[in-house]
Write a protein that binds this ligand. Structure first.
Ligand code: PLP
Length: 395
């Protein structure tokens, strides 16, 4: 049956694609080896350096984020290398499984999935590694399964305090372009990202930003790599081209996304996300429900994972909200399946999108019989009224 009005895609990625980006993608395919292509290539390659806040090379793969995870590991590491990985949630766990399949030896710093990575524990673990057998530390910037962020700059300081040479690899697949990320200033060695979250694009592109130190490590790396090879990419990228067929039309969209982010101003984009996250937490509190992340300084600006009371099923709630309000919310993954639902407030979102989403959730809580107090949507509305977005001038 036809459903009137727009579907609310409020999962933490893919995020809704703005019409402006859809129109930019809706173009004839061009010759990726023709003389005109380099303009587009150069535009997105330098544009993405701005988004990562780096002067280092950014590599663009025609792949989902998982591909760029693999690329980070196979380019910079060697067979049997130890990697220290912080398990902040399901995505960190998946990266760890991928590392294992590639012949690496993950050492895991566990968490309770309710916080970001702990810089003190990282420092301790690296200090204990006196022979420097750990070759990389892998951290997820924004853990999309739990709604907690890790303080990457503090993690860098922890590595330096331990005087450890491990590469810092950061998954910012759902963080980039929603939460501040400073590749150069934070001393990240390899960053991994994807197109379908803060960048507001359809799925299908992913990224590595690569430090000088990571490039040096890649020259010695013996893990097999062909499709993911940084060196071949960087060589072709220097002329604005790619070694194999890029996703031409997604690159049109990427160029548009970069323009849109710069027009709004990255700082305004980040402030908007934080404000919407804070309004969402007001709603959750008013409902009498609990946010999955327990550390105030680590609340995600990208999404909020909400715990449902014992004896109720978050997936049942989500299906009621979908049927009744045509609104998709994220499910709880693995350990927290059925226990949490995730509200995406990332990408092309404004106050009314958020209020519509929260209202839909409140309808669903009622219809699904989840014990709660009414007034969550109102609490978010009150918060937004009294905390107006202060737009500073775009760059
Ligand atoms: C979405 C996401 C991934 C997975 O990316 P795919 O594009 O699905 O391969 C990995 N890590 C994080 C933190 C994510 O949010």
């Amino acid at each position: 049956m036809r459903k009137a009005g727009r579907h609310f895609l409020q999962i933490p990625g893919p995020s809704p694609v703005p019409d402006r980006i859809l129109r930019a993608i809706d173009m004839p395919v061009i010759d990726h080896r023709g003389p005109g292509f380099a303009d587009l290539g150069n535009r997105v390659l330098t544009g993405m350096q701005g988004i990562f806040k780096t002067r280092q090379p950014v590599i663009i793969y025609p792949a989902s984020g998982t591909g760029a995870w693999e690329a980070a590991l196979v380019n910079a590491l060697n067979h049997g290398d130890k990697v220290l990985m912080v398990e902040t949630g399901h995505f960190a766990f998946l990266w760890q499984k991928l590392a294992l399949k590639l012949g690496l030896k993950p050492e895991v710093l566990e968490t309770d999935w309710r916080r970001g990575a702990d810089p003190e524990l990282i420092e301790k673990a690296l200090r204990a590694d006196k022979d420097h057998t750990v070759k990389a530390l892998c951290v997820v910037h924004n853990e999309t399964s739990t709604g907690s962020t890790s303080r990457i700059h503090a993690v860098r300081k922890a590595i330096d305090a331990a005087n450890h040479p491990a590469l810092l690899m950061v998954d910012t697949i759902s963080g980039l372009a929603s939460a501040d990320f400073c590749f150069d200033d934070w001393g990240v060695d390899v960053a991994v990202s994807g197109s379908q979250k803060g960048l507001m694009l359809p799925p299908g592109l992913s990224f590595n930003a690569v430090s000088e130190k990571a490039l040096k490590a890649s020259a010695q790396s013996n893990l097999p790599k062909a499709y993911w090879n940084w060196a071949e990419m960087i060589e072709a990228n220097e002329r604005g081209y790619f070694p194999y067929t890029p996703s031409t039309n997604l690159l049109f969209g990427l160029a548009e996304a970069i323009d849109m982010l710069n027009e709004e101003g990255l700082d305004n984009v980040f402030a908007r996300h934080m404000r919407h996250a804070a309004a969402t937490r007001q709603a959750v509190e008013a409902w009498g429900l609990e946010v999955q992340c327990q550390v105030n300084t680590e609340f995600s600006p990208v999404l909020t994972a909400v715990r449902v009371p014992d004896g109720t099923d978050a997936d049942e709630l989500r299906s009621v909200i979908l049927a009744q309000c045509d609104t998709s919310l994220g499910n709880g993954l693995s350990k927290v399946q059925g226990k949490v639902f995730r509200i995406g407030h990332l990408g092309d979102i404004n106050d009314v999108t958020l209020l519509g989403t929260l209202s839909g959730i409140e309808v669903g809580l009622h219809l699904a019989g989840v014990p709660h107090q009414t007034g969550g949507a109102q609490a978010a509305l009150d918060f937004l009224k009294s905390n107006r977005q202060q737009a500073s001038k775009a760059a």
